[in-house]
Design a protein around this ligand. Structure first.
Ligand code: PHE
Length: 496
């Protein structure tokens, strides 16, 4: 059975697949926004530092666990230690909850891609010629009863198609097409943006460290602000490197023993960070220009959430006239590919878990997961429209339970935000923490060290790794967990 497990065709295929998973909406949309909020270069420097320390430790651990056990996350932990199989179960819930909403957002991106294609080909002005039209377009779309679900399903189907074809023929080959296009387009768009008049101010705003972002209200240097910046960068790093979702364990389980895990992790980090930084070069200068032209404060224009990608950017594209339509098309094609390769990795993590646990065939497992994902996607897809009021607090109110706490943020979230919160803020830190404790203190880091050093590969960062996984990583992850809970429950006035 074991020697029938699929495998990548080589180290490069593995690196490309892991990078394809890592590079996604987080790089294109969340990184630029966070950098703009947290002092540009300062945020970037802190982020880089965290990637090569904490990110390196966690990614190495996950890949080693996968390759060592030849299992996906659900069964990998139980194979290593029966008493710790709960990590696998808890961890598998994460991709199952994330894929549906990730695919719903993928559906939004697809909708925009189609709209820009239509505008480019027919000259129609679906999003108006600027002004507020793009806001209306977006609002009308996400609150529609069927369209968001329909586009989401289309997106899931495309991912399912790739997964059914298997590791080598599906995932690997599709990456070979999508990833080079993504890279070329990201570089081309950022070069184009850099040549636009007035782009320099935005580039400076993005790259030059802005020390004043670390000052508190009194104007003095604030430890709290520094803490927030570090925590923001850490959360982003988790998400961006696709950590604590079982993806790296699953992808690691298809890795050949002759390939170097340490070198692969370094390369994945470089790709992922590069695209995040380039994404900022595509987005921040144009939004900066837009802010100056319309008199909006820059921080406000770089708003969090979907507004930046789906409302502000289209407005900026509209300001650029006909060229803007093509720019919009290229941009959304890039985003579609980035989102698709990430969604595929999440979907694969679910499918591999089902296959490993039940011994199901890949095709059947993909089919089965399709229904689970499609069912859960309904909540996210309709959450901004007809099911806006389907929230936990509404449910509690029906049961006669009301009160200020019941109407507080997490209980009042609709589908998409709720799944996002439960996974990113709660489950992922818990799973990452348990993984570090398990490796650092239960089975001991030597198990990972041995896996990394197989077939004569020197583990250069060995001492550093052991220290990180035992001490520093758990402490940092606890800090994220506490801050996320405080933030979402509105404790201690914590806002990011
Ligand atoms: N790493 C991806 C990104 O940056 C996000 C992702 C989340 C990928 C969940 C897979 C799973 O967007």
């Amino acid at each position: 059975m074991e020697n029938k497990r699929a495998s990548w065709s080589g180290q490069l295929a593995f690196v490309l697949a892991a990078a394809a998973s890592a590079i996604g909406l987080g790089n294109l949309w969340r990184f630029p926004y966070l950098a703009a909020q947290y002092g540009g270069g300062i945020f970037i420097a802190i982020y880089l530092f965290l990637v090569v320390t904490l990110g390196f430790t966690l990614m190495t651990t996950e890949i080693a666990i996968g390759r060592m056990t030849k299992q996906s996350q659900l069964t990998a932990f139980s194979q290593m230690h029966t008493g710790w199989s709960f990590i696998g179960f808890l961890g598998t819930v994460i991709p199952v909850l994330i894929v549906p909403y990730y695919c719903v957002i993928g559906g939004w991106v697809l909708k925009y891609l189609v709209a820009y294609a239509k505008m480019a080909l027919t000259g129609a002005e679906l999003m108006g010629d600027g002004a507020s039209a793009s806001g209306e377009f977006f609002g009308a779309f996400i609150s529609a009863p069927f369209a968001p679900f329909g586009y989401g399903i289309l997106f899931i189907l495309a991912c399912a198609f790739v997964i059914v074809l298997g590791v080598k023929n599906g995932i690997e080959k599709s990456n070979l097409v999508m990833m080079p296009i993504l890279f070329i387009m990201a570089i081309a768009i950022s070069i184009y943006v850099t040549t636009l008049p007035d782009s320099l101010a935005g580039i400076k705003y993005y790259l030059i460290p802005n020390i004043s972002s670390l000052r508190g209200e009194s104007g003095a240097f604030s430890i709290a602000m520094l803490g927030k910046t570090v925590l923001g960068a850490m959360g982003q790093m988790f998400y961006s490197l696709s950590l604590a979702m079982g993806i790296m364990i699953t992808y690691g389980s298809y890795m050949r023993q002759s390939d170097s895990i340490e070198k692969s992790v370094r390369r994945i980090e470089v790709f992922d960070t590069l695209i995040a930084i380039v994404a900022g070069l595509m987005i921040i200068p144009v939004v900066h220009m837009f802010a100056i032209k319309t008199g909006t404060p820059v921080k406000e224009a770089m708003n969090a959430g979907p507004g930046l990608m789906f409302i502000t950017l289209p407005k900026v594209f509209a300001m650029l006239g006909r060229g803007g339509v093509w720019l919009g098309f290229a941009f959304f094609l890039l985003v579609t590919f980035a989102a698709a390769t990430s969604a595929i990795s999440l979907y694969e993590a679910c499918v591999a878990s089902v296959c490993d646990l039940l011994g199901m065939k890949r095709r059947n497992a993909t089919f089965f997961m399709f229904f689970v994902i499609a069912f859960l996607a309904v909540f996210s897809a309709l959450g901004y429209g007809p099911w806006q009021n389907v929230t936990l607090s509404a449910l509690l109110a029906k049961l006669g339970i009301t009160g200020e706490w019941a109407s507080k943020s997490i209980f009042a979230m609709q589908g998409l935000d709720f799944f996002d919160f439960i996974t990113n803020s709660i489950l992922m830190p818990i799973v990452a923490l348990c993984t570090c404790i398990f490796i650092g203190w239960v089975v001991k880091p030597d198990v990972v060290v041995e896996e990394i050093s197989r077939e004569g590969h020197a583990f250069r960062a060995r001492g550093f790794y052991v220290f990180m996984v035992k001490w520093i990583a758990p402490l940092l992850i606890i800090a994220i967990l506490v801050s996320e809970v405080c933030r979402n429950l509105g404790i201690a006035n914590w806002k990011i």
